[in-house]
Design a protein around this ligand. Sequence first.
Ligand SMILES: [Mg+2]
Length: 226
Amino acid sequence: MIRQSWLTLLKGFYEKKYMISIIDFDYTLFDTLRFRQVALPKFFGLTTSEFNEYYQEIRLHDRGFYSVMTQIAEMPFETEKKIEIIKSLPKFLQDCKVDYLFPGAIDLLEQLKSGDNKLVLLTRGNTEWQKMKVNNLLLGDQKFVDFFAEVIYTEVLKCEHEDVVKYVGQKVVIINDNARENRDLLALFGDGVTAYLVQSEHSDNIKHQYKIWPDLESIRQDIIKK
Ligand SMILES: [Mg+2]
């Protein structure tokens, strides 16, 4: 009984005060396409098309998920060389810095965070690899990950993850490039939720009539208007 009233109170508190922004990482904030066409091939000393062969092959065998660790394991190197590559990974990722964030990403995050709003990063993929990318991303002295009150890594569908489902009933804004995921998240959260679909190679992966936003700055402007 006591527990129930606490939960109601807590829910009411959130409803009044917070807007929860649930934001995707790859292809939404982070220019993953350029990262895999430029940064990753360079890291491995491969051409873009050589790298792409590994990339597609790995995804084919792991539910569509790529991981740099899987690639290192599969490359024709001696163990010592592989260990050396693994050790150099954090520095490589840190050196990518802000260069691989889309223009307007930080301004958008700051806008969404203003007031008492809560930022949640939601990313689906190989968890180990997603964590490496997110945690090593530096913006000068600041860590990218520190923008977020919560980071949810998932290998199951986003709409099925319990840490996402717990926000049902709250004021939620979704920013994501994947139309199929947005459809499922909209179905989960129901009316009243706003989902911005960001343009990418995944923004037309289902038939839909959603508006596609060309860049993060136009989303920021729209949020300011509301
Ligand atoms: Mg994405």
